[in-house]
Design a protein around this ligand. Structure first.
Ligand SMILES: Cc1ncc(C[n+]2csc(CCOP(=O)(O)OP(=O)(O)O)c2C)c(N)n1
Length: 330
């Protein structure tokens, strides 16, 4: 039972891998910016909860996972799906309700699942996927597959009783599950200090669960912590809890434009000064792992790729009306 602040070790991860993490964070950022555009142009049905600002968490964690490891996600889940390997074109198609989408257009923004990359699904119920991840870890343990399950959740889920039921069993049964709490400070429009008593990490250590806290804007810190926690879960040392302190740069959802009544512009600006993409880019240049021109070229390349994915989804057909009841389980 330990609580530690984890710092990155540049020696253990090579230039290629940092570049890959940079690429994935930029891809998520561009994806989300296009989701916002689709919403404002009234081309996307419903709402979406953007992950902009939090990219280092999904990318730092998923880069430490095998393709067949499991993740579960939340209503703010696009970043998790992309970081685990989902294709942007099929994700946009899902958001637009098209047949080519991951759930054949019937899930939308908050319900994307992709079994091929171990993604057991996003979940619109706050805390709803904690039990699914813990069950996946139980199956992995019983089948001896050495797979690890990661459950991403916002700090709002700390108020859900399910978290305490599953942490109790996960520790008793030494399950390979990692609970990743993304504390972006706000549960919808309420600061977490108004809803969360006591210490966040103490909730896990009370069960004897190994716990750590990281700067969620620093992908290096997130990744180094994730590697350590994934390794120990994979070798049979049981569950872990990782608190990632982060911030969403945009609204709770795409329609949440005027935010001054619950948080100040100055606060938003302060967090933007610690943009996870800029932080990694600056560090890579300082360490001579890349150059500004190469990072710019990569951004341009990804811009074309993401725009192509949007066009694919816009042109894709809707499912047939007579298939409306197919692939729907609840
Ligand atoms: C069980 C349940 N209660 C309430 C809601 C409404 N709701 C949707 S998102 C949200 C806030 C979630 O905050 P947090 O878990 O911190 O995640 P964040 O949005 O900050 O990423 C709430 C209360 C819900 N979806 N599910």
């Amino acid at each position: 039972m330990t609580t530690a602040t984890v710092h990155s070790d540049p020696a253990t991860t090579g230039a290629k891998q940092w570049m890959e993490m940079y690429r994935r964070m930029v891809a998520i950022r561009l994806f989300e910016e296009h989701v916002n555009q689709l919403y404002t142009r009234a081309l996307m049905p419903g709402l979406a909860h953007l992950y902009i600002g939090e990219e280092a968490v999904a990318v730092g964690i998923c880069e430490a996972l095998r393709r067949d490891d499991y993740i579960t996600s939340t209503h703010r889940g696009h970043g998790h799906c992309l970081a685990k390997g989902a294709a942007p074109d099929r994700m946009f198609a899902e958001l637009l309700g098209k047949e080519a989408g991951y759930c054949r257009g019937k899930g939308g923004s908050m319900h994307i699942a992709d079994p091929d990359t171990g993604n057991l699904g996003a979940n619109a119920i706050v805390g709803g996927s904690l039990g699914i991840a813990t069950g996946a870890a139980l199956s992995a343990k019983r089948q001896g597959t050495k797979r690890v399950a990661v459950s991403f959740f916002g700090e709002g889920a700390l108020g859900q009783g399910l978290l305490y039921e599953v942490m109790n069993l996960a520790q008793l049964w030494k399950l390979p599950v990692i609970y990743v709490c993304e504390n972006n400070l706000y549960t919808e429009y309420t600061h977490y200090s108004e809803t969360t008593a006591g210490d966040v990490v103490a909730r896990a250590t009370a069960f004897g669960i190994h716990a750590a806290t990281v700067d969620g804007q620093d992908v290096r810190a997130v990744h180094e912590a994730a590697k350590r926690l994934v390794d120990r879960s994979r070798r049979g040392d049981g569950p872990a809890f990782l608190l990632c302190n982060t911030y969403r740069y945009t609204g709770h959802h795409v329609g949440d434009i005027n935010r001054e009544y619950y948080r100040s512009k100055e606060e938003e600006q302060r967090w933007k000064e610690r943009d996870p993409i800029a932080l990694l880019g600056r560090w890579m240049i300082e360490q001579k792992l890349s150059e500004a021109a190469a990072l710019k070229a990569l951004q341009a390349e990804l811009t074309v790729e993401i725009e192509k994915a949007v066009q694919f989804a816009l042109a894709a057909p809707y499912p047939n009306v007579d298939e409306v009841g197919e692939d729907v389980y609840a």
